[in-house]
Ligand binder design. Structure first.
Ligand code: UDX
Length: 431
């Protein structure tokens, strides 16, 4: 029997394609007509390498389709995944508008007993609200279950992560509903946890907050290491070899960005504040992340003969991480704003991400090639560790530059070889 996925953002599209890959017919719904048309033509509204041919394959076989009519979609399905967005409100809380809308539609149009699965990242207790929103719109008492099923995929490897997850977490007070959901994942081999709805939500928030904290830990430590002349890369490597610590998410840089870490950390802090519970470590992980790009820029400026004012700066990489065009909460945006405030002339390159119009209107130019971006630059700042920058011919590019400063915000370039070529290289606590 076909399942319905409501919301065609990263999580929704990936979930729909994942189930199609597992042989389960899936219908993706979105109220955005443009997105639905694009998807039905086999094009992804997100950048996800390797996913488009798989989408096309399942569209052609009929295992996957995308629709825009909520009434028909809900009438036809008894398993509905909520994958709509939960962006941050200005106070850090999660905006539940789309979740409420989808729940009300389910209540209004459901025809038979339905399993409602919440995959969107929502605060503790939202499953109860969803039940309420559904019930309120029902005209006859058709039974339904609401089950939590948080998603842990990363952009850039979304489908691989969905098909081979580290774990599948199901939060439900009804074991039968939990098992019904788990049966959809029968072909995936990994630990599968059934817990309470509240614990399932907390597992998701805690995982993201922990990873964010790990990054902020190493970023904060990099400040001390820098003062003491210690290379943070060696410290991360040495620490990470202890399997209790692990090497992953210990890379120092200008901070974490993306659609999840900053938003989920804020939402968790908001939940804590509402429960009158301080989360000091997590509060400070967020604080370190806010300071990190500014601190890096200040340190680099001190290495130059004068300030960034009037200098031409080439910024390499603006996406929040490589292999995505996503700029959400990217630390590069903080660097660009700060460089503007310092009256630098900025030339940008990114293999995929497009500079927001607001920055273009302020005089920042984006170029198609690294060489063009570097033309006449007094300094280069690397914000995103695209492989292109590591593989670039830094020897051939040197004459294009006016200065020789390379500031590496991701410790991605080879310090030794750049120094040998005559560049003045500074990373994040590289010694
Ligand atoms: C993250 C989680 O990894 C994923 O499990 C969750 O479902 C969604 O959020 P994603 O946002 O796609 O995934 O990116 P991720 O690869 O985790 O990187 C997040 C940010 O952390 C990036 O800005 C990256 O540059 C930064 N980062 C990561 C570091 O600064 N150092 C590291 O060592 C690792």
């Amino acid at each position: 029997m076909s399942i319905l996925i409501m919301g065609t953002g990263y999580v929704g599209i990936t979930t729909a394609i994942m189930f199609a890959e597992l042989g389960i017919p899936s219908t993706g719904f979105d109220s955005n007509a443009g997105k639905i048309a694009m998807l039905n033509q086999g094009h992804l509204p997100i950048y996800e390498p390797g996913m488009e041919p798989i989408l096309a394959k399942h569209l052609a076989s009929g295992t996957l389709r995308f629709v825009q009519d909520e009434e028909e979609a809900i009438r036809e399905h008894q398993t509905v995944f909520l994958c709509v967005g939960t962006p941050s409100n200005s106070d850090g809380s999660a905006n539940l508008h789309a979740i409420k809308q989808a729940s009300e539609w389910i209540g209004k149009y459901m025809q038979a007993e339905t399993l409602v699965v919440i995959k969107s990242t929502v605060p503790v207790g939202v499953n109860e609200k969803v039940s309420e929103w559904i019930s309120r719109k029902q005209t006859s008492p058709i039974p339904f279950d609401v089950v939590m099923n948080p998603e842990f995929l990363r952009e850039g490897s979304a489908l691989e992560d969905a098909l081979a997850p580290d774990r599948i977490v199901v939060g439900s007070d009804n074991m039968e509903a939990a098992w019904r959901l788990l049966s959809l994942y029968a072909a995936i081999e990994c630990p599968k946890i059934i817990t309470t709805p509240k614990a399932a939500v907390m597992i998701k928030y805690a995982s993201n907050a922990f990873l964010a904290t790990k990054i902020s830990f190493v970023n904060e430590l990099s400040g001390l290491c820098d003062r003491l002349g210690i290379d943070i890369e060696e410290v991360s490597h040495g620490m990470g070899l202890d399997p209790r610590i692990g090497t992953k998410f210990l890379r120092a840089g200008i901070g974490y960005g993306g659609s999840c870490f900053p938003k989920d950390v804020d939402a968790l802090l908001h939940t804590a504040a509402a429960s009158r519970q301080r989360l000091t470590i997590i509060e400070n992980a967020a604080k370190v992340n806010r300071i990190q790009p500014l601190q890096a820029l200040d340190k680099w400026e001190l290495k130059m003969p004068s300030t960034f004012s009037g200098k031409t700066v080439a910024v390499l990489g603006i996406a929040f991480k490589p292999i995505t065009d996503d700029l959400r909460e990217a630390p590069s945006l903080v660097i660009l704003s700060e460089l503007l405030a310092k009256q630098a002339k900025i030339r940008v390159h990114d293999p995929l991400a497009v500079l927001p119009a607001h920055f273009r209107s302020l005089g920042i130019m984006q170029y198609d090639s690294i060489e063009e971006a570097l033309q006449g630059a007094d300094a280069v700042i690397l914000c995103t560790e695209w492989p292109e920058y590591r593989q670039a011919d830094w020897q051939a590019m040197k004459p294009l530059l006016n200065g020789n400063f390379v500031f590496d915000g991701r410790n991605a370039l080879d310090k030794q070889s750049l120094t040998t070529l005559g560049y003045e290289y500074y990373g994040i606590s590289r010694h």
